[in-house]
Design a protein around this ligand. Structure first.
Ligand SMILES: *Cc1c(COP(=O)(O)O)cnc(C)c1O
Length: 494
């Protein structure tokens, strides 16, 4: 399997080169040249396997240079019982006859980012060996909240890696911030940026393309890589759980072989839903992909009108991990739909220069066949949390609520009652203030006491990694202006 940049198909990369490097030198995203098809009976073959084995089977299709033995070791380490509090790893909760919720937050940081970030360090360190890279990798992460903690947990104390996380100072939840600033490990750094997520992400991209700092680092034996979902090693492990969820439903006879499903994903950087699209390309019988956004509805407009326009108001919502106006992974979808790196490069140049581009009629019609976009605001998010709990006794977080709202809108608009799998991306306890308010609490306890309040209200225990934050010491207090992010890099490497 060869990989290319979405902006240039003349240079080919191996999987390990793509993963080690993170981002192509031309700014494009490293992407498989084609998406392999699952063999005919694959779904039946893997139906009775454990999650870890399914992961090996699916990832192997993209990673020829990695042996089954290697991948098995990684999957067992990444998704073992010491990391995930559910033996199913990603349990599927059936809400009603044709609505299934894929819980992706049973890992160490209680958000779906763990699914990829527990795997990425294994793929990345092995890729460094395979590509004979001698320098130490310095991983830079811009986070809207969950990626940062997920990456820190995944990479803490991993030999020959350093990791530095930038989060928007006032753009993450209290629990998220505590999770990050108390991070343990000798190779980690955490820094707040004055600005929003896009500022942090743009700053990281700028560091990547800054030749002077690159040289300075090289002299000291380091090179930059990324753990953001622009790294292929982030997207790949996410394909697994869509296929795995389908297999669970087959095994439990909630679906019949070949039966179509719709998949609904609360979306920010477009990584998670892109993985669902790749699962569909591999042959998973997915009918519609439903892209759910909050008030930062740039993707909803794009999918409806074929115009991507980031020139709009940025909102801080109660689903902060989706407060994003530049969805980086869309670039991979554009490549998949056009198969034309020049066309993609043109769109990305426009996005960079004008903040806006319009896709061709051909791309637009392909997009609209595959995807339906919906969005909802905070009020509706709260209504969905409340209704879901009252009607089904099922507690969901704010991001997942946005997805359920979108599914509801889709169903009432189209009448399509195809079984749906909704990706549930975070534990409700991670956003407990908003969840408590949604459930009608007028006075919400501050800090971690809100966890107990949510338990008292719902009878559900807080996940152990969140309850355990109480005993952790704050280690990181640095705040930088967005133009001074390089200072944080220098202090980490001192
Ligand atoms: C990151 C995140 C999202 C958005 O996922 P993308 O892959 O960026 O589209 C949604 N919900 C939660 C809880 C997240 O952490």
């Amino acid at each position: 399997m060869r990989y290319i940049s979405t902006r240039d198909n003349t240079i080919q990369y191996s999987a390990s080169q793509a993963i080690a490097q993170g981002l192509a030198r031309d700014g494009g995203l490293l992407t498989p040249f084609y998406i392999p098809k699952l063999p005919g009976k694959a779904l039946e073959d893997i139906r009775d396997m454990a999650y870890q084995q399914r992961a090996v089977y699916i990832m192997k299709q993209f990673l020829e240079e990695f042996s089954v033995k290697e991948l098995t070791d990684y999957a067992n380490a990444a998704y073992g019982p010491d990391k995930f509090d559910s033996p199913a790893v990603t349990p599927v909760h059936t809400v009603d006859g044709n609505t299934h919720c894929l819980e992706l937050w049973h890992g160490p940081t209680c958000a779906f980012k763990d699914m990829a970030l527990q795997m990425l360090p294994h793929l990345l360190t092995a890729s460094l060996v395979k590509t004979e890279e001698e320098k130490t990798v310095c991983i830079l992460v811009a986070t809207s909240g969950d990626t940062g903690k997920g990456a820190l947990e995944g990479f803490k104390n991993v030999p020959r890696t350093k990791i530095l996380v930038f989060y928007p100072k006032d753009g993450v939840s209290e629990v998220q911030q505590l999770q990050m600033v108390t991070q343990e490990g000798s190779n980690v750094g955490v820094c707040a940026v004055v600005g929003n997520f896009d500022d942090a992400q743009t700053g990281v991209k700028r560091l990547f393309s800054d030749e002077a700092i690159r040289r300075e680092l090289a002299n000291r034996g380091y090179f930059f890589s990324s753990a953001n979902s622009i790294n292929w090693g982030r997207v790949l492990p996410q394909i697994v759980y869509y296929i795995s969820a389908y297999c669970d439903l087959l095994r439990d006879e909630k679906l019949t072989p070949g039966q179509a499903v719709n998949i609904c994903v609360p979306t920010g950087n477009f990584g998670n839903i892109l993985a669902a699209y790749y699962a569909r390309e591999m042959g998973l019988p997915i009918n519609q992909l439903i892209c759910a956004s909050n008030s930062n509805n740039v993707l909803t407009d794009f999918l409806r009108e074929g115009v991507y326009d980031r020139n709009r108001t940025f909102y801080n919502t109660m689903s902060p991990s989706m407060d994003i106006l530049i969805s980086s992974n869309l670039e991979r979808l554009l490549f998949a739909l056009t198969q034309d790196t020049e066309e993609v490069k043109g769109y990305m140049r426009l996005l960079n220069e004008a903040g806006r581009y319009q896709v061709s009629e051909k791309v637009k019609s392909k997009l609209q066949k595959l995807f339906k976009g919906y969005f909802c605001d905070d009020r509706e998010t709260q209504r969905v949390i409340r209704t879901m709990f009252e009607r089904h006794g099922y507690l969901i977080d704010t991001h997942t609520a946005v997805a359920f709202s979108s599914l509801e809108q889709y169903r009432s608009e189209t009448g399509d009652e195809t079984p749906a799998i909704v990706a549930s991306t975070a534990s409700p306890f991670k956003f407990c203030t908003s969840v408590l308010e949604a459930l009608g609490e007028t006075s919400v306890a501050s800090g971690l006491d809100a966890l107990d309040q949510l338990t008292a209200k719902t009878g559900q225990p807080a996940p152990a990694p969140l309850a355990g934050l109480r005993d952790k010491r704050v280690r990181f207090t640095q705040v930088v202006e967005k133009d001074n992010m390089v200072d944080a890099v220098r202090s980490l490497l001192e």
